[in-house]
Write a protein that binds this ligand. Structure first.
Ligand code: CO8
Length: 258
């Protein structure tokens, strides 16, 4: 499929989506979000893809929603007639693990996109921010909730109320990213993590993602019960039998995703 604002490729069992609007710092236009969801849907039903990477460019992962497009929108268009948000919500509910390869500006909706992913690898040049307050709005793609859960109330408040950006090292210290690496290495490092995840049982990685995400939605007791149900369920998978047999036979497991 030919896309206008993203590039899509496959490396082994890893699907790669690269945001590609360099003239607009990868601002998330309706076309880009539509294309992103289309590419994600394609990889979702591709059994040959077990993990994904979403990257931007070295200069900008994404500078957020497209302000030029948003500037003329009415509340009714935004809330009811536009298809932007229904599409957007699919990212956070995506079943396969996604590694974010971050560099440069990760702002507004760009940070909200990153925070909807599962493992975040950042170049040391990355700058994170929720600058919506500077244009008279607030984060609308989950930022107030996901950022607060990631870094706690006081840092989230500071970032959301002042629009102030933080760098990669501070983001790592706060637990907002998984790894920080030199800028020459961030893409390779993200691919390396994605390939490692793709080498595991896709049945187990999918349920692991679901279980960890439930920690943001459930109380501890219910979350542990939910985890236990998924744990029992995995004993019905051929992959679990293969994984344990391979351990005992001192060989690499050959996971089939069954
Ligand atoms: N939207 C549209 N165009 C943008 C955006 C954006 N968010 N960011 C940058 N651009 C464009 C600029 O207008 C400029 O285009 P042109 O050359 O045609 O004028 C080009 O990209 C290069 O940008 P700059 O010249 O400004 O480059 P600088 O290096 O000087 O600055 C910055 C880079 C810091 C990234 C700066 O461009 C900036 O502050 N951008 C806006 C960041 C921002 O406010 N983001 C939040 C947007 S609102 C939002 O995300 C709400 C989310 C709602 C939910 C959405 C779910 C997806």
């Amino acid at each position: 499929m030919n896309y206008e604002t993203i590039a899509v490729s496959k490396e082994g069992m890893v699907g790669v989506i690269t945001l590609n609007r360099p003239q607009a710092m990868n601002a998330l236009s309706t076309t880009m979000v539509t294309e992103l969801i289309s590419a994600l849907s394609g990889f979702e039903i591709d059994d040959g893809v077990r993990c994904l990477v979403i990257a931007g460019s070295e200069r900008a992962f994404s500078a957020g929603a497209d302000i030029k497009e948003m500037a003329e929108m009415t509340a009714v268009q935004m809330a009811m007639t536009g298809h932007f948000f229904p599409l957007w919500d699919k990212v956070g509910k995506y079943p396969k693990p996604i590694v974010g390869a971050l560099s440069g500006f990760v702002l507004g909706g760009g940070l909200e996109l990153a925070m909807s992913l599962d493992v975040l690898v950042a170049s040391e040049t990355t700058q994170f921010g929720q600058p919506e307050i500077d244009i008279g709005v607030i984060p609308g793609g989950g930022g107030t909730q996901r950022l607060t859960r990631a870094v706690g109330k006081y840092k989230a408040m500071e970032m959301v109320l002042t629009g102030k950006r933080i760098g990669a090292e501070e983001a790592k210290y706060l637990g907002l990213v998984s790894r920080v690496v030199p800028k020459e290495a961030y893409l390779d490092e993200a691919m390396k993590v994605a390939k490692e995840i793709a080498s595991k049982s896709p049945v187990a990685t999918r349920l692991a993602k679901m279980a960890v995400n439930k920690a943001f939605e459930m109380g501890l007791r219910d979350g542990i019960d939910f985890e236990r149900e998924l744990f029992y369920l995995l004993f019905a998978s051929e992959d679990a039998k293969e994984g344990m047999k391979a351990f005992m036979e001192k060989r690499q497991a050959d996971f089939k995703g069954k």
